[in-house]
Design a protein around this ligand. Sequence first.
Ligand code: PRX
Length: 660
Amino acid sequence: MSEIESLKQESRIFEPPADFVSNATISGMDTYRAMCSAAANDYEGFWAALARKNLSWHRPFTKTLDESEAPFYKWFEDGELNVSYNCLDRNLQNGNADKTAIIFEADDGKVTKLTYQELYERVCKFANGLKSLGIKKSDRVVIYMPMSIEGVVAMQACARIGATHSVVFGGFSAKSLQERIIDAGAVAVLTADQQVRGGKHLPLKAIVDEALALGGCEAVKHVVVYKRTGDAVKLTAGRDLWLHELVEKQAAACEPEWVSAEHPLFILYTSGSTGTPKGVQHSSGGYLLWAALTMKWVFDIKPADVFWCTADIGWVTGHTYIAYGPLAVGATQIVFEGIPTYPNAGRFWETIQKHKTSVFYTAPTAIRSLIKAADATPEVHPSKYDLSSLRLLGTVGEPINPEAWMWYYKNIGREKCPIVDTFWQTETGGHMISPLPGATPMVPGSCTLPLPGIMTAIVDEAGHDLPDGQGGILVVKRPWPAMIRTIWGDPERFKKSYFPEEFGGKLYLAGDGAIRNEKTGYFTITGRIDDVLNVSGHRMGTMEIESALVANPIVAEAAVVGKPDDTTGESICAFVVLKRSRPTGDEARQIAKELRDWVAKEIGPIAKPKEIRFGDNLPKTRSGKIMRRLLRVLAKNEEISQDISTLENPAILEQLKQAL
Ligand code: PRX
């Protein structure tokens, strides 16, 4: 039975615990349905009321949704606000000044706590420092920083002065960083000397130097360096300066720059099926509204909670559920520098115990790898830790298989914590389809139902609604406040990618397939329907990896496909034709290693193919098109049962069957 077939037959239903329901922000399915009806009956009124109630506006908006230039939708456009004001100043006024905002857990276990007052002062000093360099509203600032208080402060400081940040994950290579700096037109890069992960010091500043040396980044006038380790780094006079020196004499207050709700808060690059990564542009007002609301609705955040999202600030999850959402609702959160397996695979559970974490949000990949570790090393089994502080669990980034869900439910949640399996994307800004923990009965492997106000549907190739039980294409029928506004610098690509004419230009295309259960109406995501892979919850375009491979002088041709993987969800399998004869044995292994390192240098270590197979050619149709569906079967080491009559060179299949 295929995974999808077994998910369709998944019949276990877990009701939310009664005590959770009675205290929940959204309590019971009737409340959920009433909210959905309110949105359906008066869509703009629904959002306008939420935006007035949940955000502080410097100037109130008079128009909620502007569809006149669809699909370039605008929300609350004439309203003015500042995101950092909403995340910080508002907390000082609300009596949260002395409340812990951030519990920073360093790689080595050292803890630093920061109150909202302290965070406010740090952000203001950083913001004043940026201003002193001449950085101003609408300038783009690239942030290439480790998981740190300073990373969050840097993002908030940009928001405070109206600069648009673009965070680049610290695992991306110099070349990827350079491409993003150029595309964004950044005037400054904020970085650190090193990052520390799993006991190792990994360079950041040196990679920034390398990126800038690649050329084309002349707009970058400043590189600000946070001293994390103190290891030697080179500073270029006139361009580079230490963060601590920049901020030391700055005032601890900084008047926020009031911006339109549509002002771009950030650009975040993500992979698509074609071309270079896309700069997903997000707004200020609509984005922040959804970050705050989903903290309340999906994470049911209460004043006493200790929230922990294990994502990195380099991904959208770390934007919405570390840098913005938790602060917008005055929560206490953990910011974690390390990795789940250092000093051992009990690190997550120990950290939950240590800081009495109550809401925990992580990726299925992490859960699956920790299941394996717990089986292999009983000392780090979660049963060895006091996890009684937990009241809610969440997952994000990829489908969670029912077995992993059950393990999480039993071993981490001890059968008393609801699990929110949150489906969303870089482009959606925040959660889209997810259980509400005090309302929705849960089914392992299903993200259940769209959130109130989110009009998801499943359609066929022509954009027509499909009946439940029939898998199809996941779309969103109405614009929502936190949605992507455009692709930075490429509005045409935005339209083509997300609102294609084939679907009438009005449906948002998520790029995922989905199926809805006939009885419950619950959604199950069946995976990407484009050439995007999901490796450990990281999004990678097959085209990007292919381009990186063929950029190597010894490579003639390459095709990349995803292969199901027990731990990482999918893994990268590359089929490569060299310009020389096909290598075998040790030589093939050596060249494969060189190519993997090459991809790490071109894109970043996360894009390294797990497997590389060499052939004299690739399976092609008579017209020369690579038959990727056959490669997917070969990657899985399955027998080919498909029709191969259009295949020009069937003999090649035998050769490509062999893994190294
Ligand atoms: O395929 C879906 C998968 O991750 C993609 C979005 O990736 P990214 O933009 O990097 O954002 C990840 C964090 C929000 C989606 O198109 N995905 C995300 N969450 C889930 C999921 N697939 C299944 N279930 C989920 N809960």
